[in-house]
Design a protein around this ligand. Structure first.
Ligand SMILES: [Zn+2]
Length: 231
């Protein structure tokens, strides 16, 4: 594709790619950087032994590609513990290009060791789940009140979240599939619609990561998205 044939959306996506890379965020290409079977097996092992989210946080910092599939197809950026002075930040910020621009997701990791996601007579979110949801809300408030800082490049004292919006989607990863039930599905669905926040278990993540393994190609293979908008 010749850049002269670009429309505004293409020009924007190329610019956004360049900005994120200039901000020091490495792009994960879904063709070249899809997870290996070895990395996914290691994730499974870390998960089985984990008593808190800390070892998982550490693992994903080293293997962001295992966390990466959660926001649909395409190449993307996974930014661990974004550096923002003196405020609460989410565990990971993820971004990928789509036709509407950059799509951001704030990801919170909570403990894999929890007995149920919803508790009490009225089946309200358990403390750990509530924490995760609240942290996403706090982060959105911070973005709303510091929008320019959030969007500006680190070269200008910003966070480098190109074009981020305070309505950023949230994702909380918590617990294991065996502790969830049919009613939880409905409650999770309600939270998704009301709070724009997805709740998933670590088993879901593991399953999704396994699906990605066959997508891995040698670095010599071309990726349409990266060829078009840069890497
Ligand atoms: Zn790519």
């Amino acid at each position: 594709m010749d850049t002269e044939d670009w429309n505004d959306a293409d020009a924007y996506l190329a610019w956004a790619t360049q900005e994120l890379v200039r901000n020091g965020h490495k792009k994960l290409c879904m063709v070249r950087d899809a997870p290996t079977a070895k990395a996914v097996d290691e994730f499974e092992r870390v998960l089985e032994e984990a008593k808190t989210e800390d070892p998982l946080q550490e693992f994903f910092e080293e293997h962001p590609e295992v966390l990466a599939h959660q926001i649909g197809a395409g190449c993307r950026w996974i930014i661990p513990k974004p550096k923002v002075g003196g405020v609460y930040v989410p565990d990971f910020m993820a971004a990928r290009l789509n036709s509407g621009g950059l799509r951001w997701v704030a990801i919170e990791l909570e403990t894999p060791c929890i007995d149920s996601l919803f508790v009490g007579k009225y089946k309200t979110p358990a403390r750990e789940l509530r924490n995760g949801l609240q942290q996403i809300k706090d982060w959105r408030h911070w973005i709303e009140n510091n929008l320019q800082t959030a969007r500006n490049s680190p070269r200008n004292g910003g966070c480098g979240f190109v074009d981020i919006s305070p309505k950023v989607q949230g994702m909380v990863i918590i617990g294991r599939r065996r502790i969830t039930n049919q009613d939880d599905q409905r409650r999770r669905h309600d939270i998704f619609w009301n709070e724009h926040c997805e709740i998933q278990t670590y088993d879901w993540l593991l399953e999704e990561a396994r699906k990605m393994i066959p997508m891995r190609h040698p670095v010599t293979d071309e990726c349409e998205e990266c060829e078009l908008y840069g890497r």
